[in-house]
Design a protein around this ligand. Sequence first.
Ligand code: SF4
Length: 234
Amino acid sequence: MNKVEQSITYLRQAEQSFNQVVFACSFGAEDVVLLDLIRQHAPHIRIISLDTGRLPQETYDVMQTWRKEKGLDIDLYFPDANDVESMVKQDGVNLFYDSIEKRKQCCFVRKIKPLKRALEDAEAWVTGLRGEQAKTRATMQAVEDDAAFGIKKYNPLIDWSEQDVWDYIKSHELPYNALHDKFYPSIGCAPCTRAISVGEDPRAGRWWWEQEDAVAECGLHVNPIAGKAAKKGA
Ligand code: SF4
């Protein structure tokens, strides 16, 4: 069984084993591969995306392309307006640059709380995580218990290399985020993502102003073995 077939097997297994399965799509390279596999092979998996209110225009563009050209039904989840209003009244719109704690607070309000809402009725969720993206992700399994959300977590691309992802995208002519062509391997919110240089870690463009030992994750993906998210540069 090749990697594509293996990933399809995981997606079908998830779809057939649980009443509601949610794919949380951020429209990065891995996620557009999953969009394509889900729409063809596991169409009952519900596709959601978190609109933090701070996404790059390129992310909205590719989101709209998948909706219009591929006919995908994508449920967007937004942060609670009261949470955002009180947060920016207290600390300003760019609070994430002030401290790691404030960055985590912003991620909690704009990402984690909406994701919790999106997963409220889900029995399993799907992510585009790959093992080689970070050391702690290397210990993740294709199917595991998600300690943070108390449901099953499927990582169907866990064994894929970056080359596998791009081979699939190119051979299937999939729409992808234009920022990938501008040296953005990992794309999140606009103010917290930058291009990387040759030789830099692929995650180096995320929250780059923080200390080297800071956690370079927003808290969506907690390693069930290590019990914590990946460390920056790890
Ligand atoms: S990535 Fe940045 S802007 Fe987005 S939620 Fe986290 S801290 Fe806020």
